[in-house]
Design a protein around this ligand. Structure first.
Ligand SMILES: *[C@@H]1O[C@H](CO)[C@@H](O)[C@H](O)[C@H]1NC(C)=O
Length: 327
């Protein structure tokens, strides 16, 4: 018992850098020869695959390098992914995190994985995903979130994944998919949706419309059934016509919004112009009437002075010019 603690004490007392550089290679070189960058506790093969499967690891192993292309971390105990969990592994193409009891993924966990093409997070305990979680993964082609506890999936969590072709959402607790979720995935050609409690209310309208517009993209669409509401229970999702949602308020499309925003100021300006126009017309009319009255006062109408017209108009007695004519 005494000599190891003495050795430790000596190690701590000696200047740190020489001691660490001498001690580190011996401790971390557990990979096969020819793979000096292999994380401890993993087995690496020359193709860049780090096999850390099924080793009861409680966290992502440290010491990940650019040489790692494939990281197999499935069947471990990684329950949380902190910010920058894979920093250093910038060349990673494939990451397997199946069956880890994963509950929490920080929004910045996948930072630096701009080359990653395939991410498997299936068979974990994820309930929510923070906005921006997958945003760094610009090259992602295949994402599996199957077998988690996701009850909602915000469009902001996925973000725009321009190259994503396969999305697996099987066996979660999703009652619907948000309006914009699939809009950010232009390359999607395989969407797996089975095993979710689809609620065929108004919130499902975008998904149904998307399935109708992209036949063949969801290979299981024929087998998806509503679990609610009562009258639609066990209706196949794919067979729901848009008329089934006719009672739902149609959200304003972007074009409609543009029209509203354009019409607002335009109608304001138009009414302003109309008011100004009307006002100036009225003013002009009044001015002209006043001018005509003044003119009439200066030059009284000739027919009042005409002796032949004995039947003077009722206004004549009041007129100053009419009195001498009657006398
Ligand atoms: C990874 O290692 C485990 C156990 O060490 C082994 O069973 C498994 O076949 C390996 N996986 C691959 C893809 O080599």
């Amino acid at each position: 018992m005494r000599s190891p603690s003495l050795a430790l004490l000596l190690l701590l007392l000696t200047p740190p850098w020489p001691a660490w550089t001498r001690a580190l290679p011996a401790a971390s070189r557990s990979g096969p020869p020819g793979a000096p960058d292999c994380p401890e506790a993993c087995a690496c093969v020359p193709g860049g695959q780090a096999n850390c499967s099924g080793r009861a690891l409680p966290a992502v192993p440290g010491g990940l390098r650019k040489s790692v292309r494939i990281l197999l971390l499935d069947h471990n105990r990684v329950s949380a992914l902190p910010p920058g969990a894979f920093v250093g592994a910038g060349a990673l193409l494939r990451l397997d995190l199946r069956e880890n009891g994963l509950r929490w993924v920080h929004a910045w966990a996948f930072w630096g994985l701009g080359a990653l093409q395939q991410l498997d997070l299936s068979a974990n305990q994820l309930e929510v995903l923070a906005p921006g979680t997958f945003v760094p993964l610009r090259a992602l082609r295949d994402l599996s979130l199957a077998g988690n506890r996701l009850a909602r999936l915000e469009p902001a969590a996925l973000g725009a994944l321009p190259l994503l072709r396969a999305l697996n959402l099987r066996d979660n607790e999703l009652p619907a998919l948000a309006q914009d979720l699939l809009a950010g995935l232009p390359a999607l050609d395989t969407l797996r949706l089975r095993g979710n409690p689809w609620a065929c209310g108004c919130a499902l309208r975008p998904l149904c419309a998307w399935l109708r517009r992209h036949p063949g993209t969801a290979p299981e669409a024929e087998t998806l059934l509503c679990v609610s509401p009562g009258r639609l229970t066990l209706s196949p999702l794919a067979a729901l016509p848009d008329a089934a949602f006719s009672h739902c308020a149609q959200p304003l499309a972007l074009r409609d919004l543009a029209v509203v925003y354009a019409l607002g100021p335009a109608s304001f300006l138009a009414s302003l112009a109309a008011c100004l126009g009307l006002g100036s017309v009225l003013t002009a009319c009044r001015a002209r009437r006043r001018r005509r009255c003044r003119a009439a006062a200066r030059h009284p109408p000739k027919r009042l002075q005409d002796p032949g017209s004995g039947t003077a108009p009722p206004a004549a007695p009041e007129s100053p010019a009419a009195a001498p004519a009657q006398a």
